[in-house]
Design a protein around this ligand. Structure first.
Ligand code: HAM
Length: 406
């Protein structure tokens, strides 16, 4: 009997997983470089965290959650996103002061699967809590942009918008609903439904792009404070050399946003107009979850999509050296050399069992190692041979780590 992965999920296997490892490491390193501490929250939470946090009227909550009753009858949900859980964790820890958190892990949404749209997918993200300054927005947007650039996606664009604070949103909502009501009959069924529950989302409906082309934009109805915040974010991004375009139709699919919202897109990722990542400010979320009013801003980036955008270009080899024993008698010495390499920062491997040189070289080739280190040609020495250009050098065993490192 054979089993397969559930629909919309994947086994991430080598060689593709090399790319995953590289980009996940990169994110980890970048988040640390920018001062974000790691947080890990459970993969499942009380359902109400998401219905209250993400919003009852959103597609995520209405259609996409994996929800079940546990044995004690409590409603539980596999996390569809991590912002509400991270804010919950912050509030549980006292919920005061500035906190900068990074996370990385699987999320779950019951979607119609296609390339880049999975039922289990991987997000990395940051949440900058307790800070109202537009510099926090700028830092977060810049960090995401740097991640894509350093990962090797060249043409990333930041689609930037502001949907205003609670006050400007309420005023704008009335104006938008008045406008949408005048053309209700021509809107898709989905948008007609959203008109009542979540009118802002009609703006980014793929079915009604033409119909709402001249709809009033949130940025034209910002309160003075929200407008000033938005100007500062744009000026900050310009100062830091982060390219962005103003995107009045980007309103985001989750309910917790206020003021700044943004999405990352790339020409190399053109699947169904989907974004590579997105985020924004959510100054009302902590209050919504029963905590104090704590401002926050963050993003989540979809790693499945990052990997797709990178295409099938070769990843650099993940091994530096492969150790080969020339004869059976050299096997123990070869294992000692291997241990010496691994005790330094050199990534090294060998065959565990005694085998012919030919079999070992075949394995070395398959491993993608940059160097073959032969043990047994001369006593006390190894022969280091570059797999790239075939050049080789005889090196003292005591010197081999230093020699390979430079
Ligand atoms: P989101 O826009 O729902 O935002 O998701 C962010 C990213 O996760 C998307 O741009 C995409 O790359 C990836 N993603 C979402 N759904 C799927 C899927 N079914 N398959 C593959 N990738 C997917 C959030 O989740 C917010 N928590 C972002 C945020 C953080 N806002 C503030 N802080």
């Amino acid at each position: 009997m054979t089993f397969r992965v559930p629909k919309g999920t994947d086994d991430i296997m080598p060689p593709a997983s090399r790319r995953w490892r590289r980009v996940l490491r990169l994110f980890d390193e970048l988040a640390e470089r920018y001062g974000y501490e790691l947080v890990m929250t459970p993969v499942f939470e009380a359902t109400e965290l998401f219905s209250r946090g993400v919003g009852e009227s959103t597609d995520v909550v209405q259609k996409q959650m994996y929800t079940w009753d546990d044995k004690a009858g409590r409603s539980m949900t596999l996390r569809p996103e991590a912002t509400a859980p991270v804010v919950r964790a912050y509030l549980n820890g006292g919920g005061r002061g500035v906190a900068k958190y990074a996370y990385s892990g699987p999320m779950f949404r019951y979607e119609q699967p296609q390339a880049g749209r999975r039922r289990q997918f991987w997000q990395v993200g940051v949440e900058y809590l307790g800070e109202d300054s537009p510099i926090a927005d700028v830092e977060v947007i810049e960090l995401g942009y740097r991640f894509y650039t350093e990962a090797g996606i060249p043409d990333v664009s930041v689609q930037l918008n502001s949907i205003g604070d609670a006050e400007s949103r309420a005023a704008y909502r009335t104006i938008l609903v008045d406008y949408l009501e005048t053309r209700r009959d021509r809107l898709s069924e989905d948008s007609q439904r959203r008109l009542a529950t979540n009118p802002l989302r009609v703006l980014d409906s793929n079915l009604d792009t033409a119909e709402v082309a001249d709809a009033p934009s949130p940025v034209d109805h910002l309160s003075p404070a929200s407008a000033a915040h938005f100007s500062s974010v744009k000026a900050g991004l310009t100062d830091r050399g982060v390219p962005f375009v103003e995107a009045p139709r980007v309103v985001r699919g989750l309910d917790y946003y206020t003021r700044t919202v943004f999405e990352y897109t790339a020409a190399s990722y053109g699947v169904a107009q989907d974004s590579l990542g997105g985020g924004g400010r959510y100054d009302g979320l902590a209050g919504q979850l029963g905590g104090a009013e704590v401002p926050g801003v963050g993003f989540s980036l979809g790693i499945d999509r990052v990997v797709l955008a990178l295409g099938d270009a070769e990843e650099p080899p993940s091994l530096d050296a492969f150790v080969v024993a020339v004869t059976e008698q050299d096997h123990a010495e070869a294992q000692a050399v291997l241990a010496r390499l691994r005790a330094s920062t050199i990534r090294a491997d060998s065959l565990a069992r005694v085998a012919s040189v030919k079999a070992q070289l075949k394995a070395a080739n398959r491993s993608g190692a940059e160097w073959v280190v032969r043990v047994g040609d001369r006593p006390g020495k190894v022969t280091a041979r570059s797999m790239k250009d075939g050049t080789q050098e005889v090196v003292e065993i005591a010197e081999v780590v230093a020699w390979l490192t430079q």
